[in-house]
Ligand binder design. Structure first.
Ligand SMILES: [Zn+2]
Length: 256
């Protein structure tokens, strides 16, 4: 297979999956079924035809407005489709073809949906959150299967348990001291997903990157809440893609 063929196919598939992510982002916080019924305009409720549902192209063709009521369609729709397409293309370059790619891509897509839901609704639905954790562990299982050793899966299970358990303990202790809930169960699951993907050292670096990325928006937002899941997801992606150069830089910084 050509070097570019798999990433190009992944990009196209990512575009289609991005379209489905929009359905997940819209319906999961409302407790609706993601598979049925078909897509409707959230404003006028009119059922969309198949040609209204083509990723990116329909939004461009309709000039960002509903075909029936002309109400503007959120920029989030083309944006999520485009981001997920790029995400799948870049991840395909990183992992190469194989079973592991699909589980890794599914994990990051779930993190993208989770980020958008947290951003729009300040909610982190357990269904999408647990889906990301399961696919991250399945990616490790796929790597174990491809390399014919149990190591990657055992490492991922151990690191996810330590990260999630550690954060749960920290939240419990902080809750006792501050007499209020410091962190939700959602953060504990996200931590497990991050550690399953990155290992423990990578998990801590990703937390640090996420905190760095969140500084400016937090200062700008002042009193309003800043959703943290989008920053955790970005930190996780950055460390996943650039693990080797980041750790080389850290080593040369620490050991001179
Ligand atoms: Zn409409």
């Amino acid at each position: 297979m050509n070097d570019w063929l798999f990433p190009a196919l992944a990009l196209l598939l990512g575009l289609l999956v991005g379209s489905f992510l929009n359905v997940v982002i819209h319906r999961t916080p409302r407790g609706e079924n993601v598979a049925w019924p078909g897509s409707r305009c959230p404003h006028c409720g009119e059922s969309l035809r198949w040609f209204h549902n083509i990723p990116l192209l329909s939004w461009l063709g309709l000039r960002g407005r509903c075909a029936y009521c002309a109400e503007p369609i959120s920029m989030r729709y083309p944006l999520v489709e485009l981001l997920n397409a790029l995400l799948w293309g870049v991840l395909a370059l990183k992992t190469g073809p194989g079973l592991e790619f699909f589980f890794i891509a599914a994990t990051f897509s779930a993190l993208l949906a989770l980020s958008a839901i947290d951003f729009e609704y300040f909610a982190v639905p357990d269904s999408v959150n647990l889906f990301a954790l399961v696919t991250a562990l399945l990616a490790a299982a796929a790597r174990a299967w491809e390399t014919d050793t149990w190591g990657p899966l055992i490492d991922a299970l151990r690191d996810a348990t330590i990260a999630a358990g550690g954060l749960w303990l920290l939240a419990w202790i902080l809750g006792k001291i501050l007499k209020k809930e410091a962190m939700g169960g959602a953060d504990v699951i996200v931590a497990g997903t991050m550690a399953a993907l990155l290992g423990l050292p990578g998990f801590f670096v990703a937390l640090f990157v996420a905190a760095l990325l969140a500084i400016v928006p937090s200062l700008m937002a002042k009193d309003t809440m800043v959703p943290f899941v989008p920053f955790l997801a970005m930190g996780t992606l950055i460390v996943y893609l650039f693990e080797a150069p980041i750790f080389r830089a850290l080593e040369s910084y620490i050991y001179g």
